[in-house]
Design a protein. Structure first.
Length: 336
């Protein structure tokens, strides 16, 4: 069943090579080459390692996505790739590959904003998700609260003034020796823990939509160093649940401030941090309390993937966008 243009989406902004074939909003195939293991021993993403891994992964992955979708390359209506924001060396690999493929197949090429991809991701599973909406975007590189007035019409209401939420999870997990990536590690470590065991501070209470996590990092590390010196370190699940609660509290509070401010009746989320179980639970509770609809992608569509790039390109294809061949990646691209 084909209910829209057939789009090949390529995502290479950071450390995941993602390729997908999407027909309308129907995901025909979505494949991923994750570099987590290559970066784990460095405790974070190393740009040169990432770019090289994309170069190795991209060709076989595009073949695999086309094969799994059961299509011929000639059936594709448009080819899309992430233009930015992201690591320049990583972006270039997917962007140049997509442009040359589109050129050789004589198909339109569409450059997509990575964050806009995250905004569209919930549509792949929830046909009822439409703007106006407030969308929480939280990943390793970004934390933003966006008012989606319409597709293509975005107002970034708030962002982090220092570390992104995922970065805070990653740095704290590294300090606690839990490995990389830190978000899933803390999520798991929090099992059975008491989120109220330790009262870590909540920053920027006086600003309605912005968040800040660098103070939390200092407060957790200082707390743990003192506790260790005193020989009185609380159980790991309590520490993990408490610091997770501080991050989740900030994200949920600011998201629903935006809901009250804009009057939006729809809330959605995207980015790796939205895979966090406690965050999903708290957003669901708050959505219930505010009587708004909540659309969260399943965890595999929260983290970076090619399908979300194709989903955003699907909108721009219908709007007639063709990104010029001479265009280049934009590592500092800003939404709206
Ligand atoms: O969107 P994403 O895959 O890549 C970026 O664009 O950054 O997000 C990756 C981030 C990492 O910081 C990772 O620790 C975090 O998302 N993350 C989580 C969870 N799963 C991934 N954070 C909290 N809880 C999780 N379950
Ligand atoms: Zn992302």
């Amino acid at each position: 069943m084909s209910d829209g243009p057939l789009i090949l989406g390529i995502e290479t902004s950071c450390d995941e090579t993602g390729v997908a074939v999407v027909a309308g909003l129907d995901v025909r195939s979505s494949v991923l080459a994750s570099q987590t293991e290559e970066h784990a021993r460095f405790g974070g993403v190393v740009p040169e390692v990432a770019a090289r891994a994309h170069v190795e992964a991209i060709r076989p992955l595009v073949h695999e996505a086309v094969r799994q979708a059961g299509i011929h390359p000639g059936d594709i209506d448009a080819i899309a790739a992430t233009q930015g924001p992201g690591l320049v060396g990583s972006l270039v690999v997917g962007y140049a590959f997509a442009k040359s493929l589109a050129w050789s197949l004589r198909k339109p090429f569409i450059g997509v904003d990575h964050m806009e991809g995250h905004l569209f991701a919930p549509r792949l599973e929830h046909a009822g998700y439409h703007p106006p909406a407030v969308v929480l975007l939280a990943s390793g590189g970004h934390s933003q609260i966006v008012h989606v007035r319409g597709w293509g019409d975005y107002d970034v209401l708030g962002s982090t003034i220092d570390d992104a939420a995922g970065e805070a999870f990653d740095k704290l997990a590294r300090f606690m020796g839990l490995g990389y990536p830190g978000g899933p590690a803390i999520d798991r470590a929090s099992d059975g823990g008491d989120p109220a065991a330790i009262a870590f501070p909540r920053a920027l209470r006086d600003r309605p939509f912005d968040v800040s996590f660098s103070g939390l990092k200092t407060s957790v590390t200082t707390f743990l160093e003192k506790a260790k010196a005193a020989g009185d370190v609380p159980p790991l699940p309590d520490v993990a649940a408490s610091l997770q609660e501080a991050i989740v509290d900030a994200l949920v509070e600011k998201t629903f401030n935006a809901v009250r401010e804009t009057g939006a009746r729809v809330v959605a989320g995207g980015g790796g941090v939205l895979a966090n179980r406690r965050l999903r639970q708290r957003l669901a509770e708050e959505a219930d309390a505010h009587d708004v609809e909540l659309y969260l992608p399943s965890p595999a569509l929260c983290t970076d993937n090619g399908a979300m790039i194709a989903a955003a390109a699907n909108f721009w294809f219908d709007a007639g966008r063709e990104t010029p061949w001479r265009s280049d990646v934009e590592p500092g691209l800003k939404l709206g």
